[in-house]
Design a protein around this ligand. Sequence first.
Ligand code: PLP
Length: 366
Amino acid sequence: MKAQQARLGPRIERAINAVLAHGQFILGPEVKQLEDRLAAHCGARHVIGCSSGTDALLLALMALGAKAGDAVFVPSFSFAATAEAVALAGATPVFVDVEAASFNLDPAALAEALAEIKAKGQLRPAGVIAVDLFGQPANYPAIDRLAEAQGLWVIADAAQSYGAALGQKRVGTFGRISATSFFPAKPLGCYGDGGAVFTDDEKLAAIVRSASVHGKGTDKYDNVRIGLNARLDTLQAAILLEKLSIFDDEIMKRQAVAARYAAALAERVGVPRLGADATSVWAQYTILVPERDALAAALHAQGIPTAIYYPKPLHRQTAYGHFPVAGGSLPVSDKLSARVLSLPMHPYLEPAVQDRIIGAVLAALD
Ligand SMILES: *Cc1c(COP(=O)(O)O)cnc(C)c1O
């Protein structure tokens, strides 16, 4: 963050001061500018700024009409917000396993989960939220095929992946609706909470926009649906406009860091793998090691910070334990939770510093 601030120099201060000067803190002109810039950047027809990634997911679910009795299939190996939004919308998250290689929703497991829920007949299969974990898009071609055949919608939880792509298609254009987050630690982060919703569907876009302002009709004192207060702050939009201007370059720098890690570590630990036509924005660089806690302690002793995303899959969390688990158990999610360790990753990680991290990892494994 310090290096990024130094690079952007006085631009962010100028952007903030411009907002202080015009005083339109709610839905000021920078919000629309950012929405237009994001639409051009990723190729989505409609972009709606909002208050967080969690609210982006909730707005998407509201627009798609998720309701009580609906089954929404979600990966268990994710951040809580994925399932939380489903429960807040009144629907039931059904936890599905992920692929070990990509950390993302396993299309084969999804097909089985769908058959199981249909056979049980208690819930109405309504949709899927695929998560682009650690910055790599999920396998949307396979997930879409399945969803389409069964009449389900797909939401892309792109909180960690804005900027990534599958072939020529960029994140923001997957699923019926995509949701991203601008939480400071995400690849494109603001200086507080923020998010955005993306869709090519004009009707859904209109509902999302309305729902983000108390279900407004012609204005916010004309309420045509139950909504939220979920707008993106003008100040955050102004900051994001500056950050977006250097974001593609930052993505390339992240990719260079990831390539260096992979080259140095692939023979000794499990390194993340990308699908054939996938790119990642490397929100996290997550390795797999059987003695994860020992490695984390050894790195910590040398002043190298690490993190565990996620130590407990969602189907084992107190708040989510009562929701259905496809097939009764999710062995890949369990195994990943016990073995994942995320190494320092950001665009301004100097090669010398990275070499010290790599050296410390290799030494600890000896
Ligand atoms: C961060 C995150 C969210 C929620 O975003 P917030 O802006 O923190 O509300 C949702 N899903 C995933 C996968 C995330 O990583």
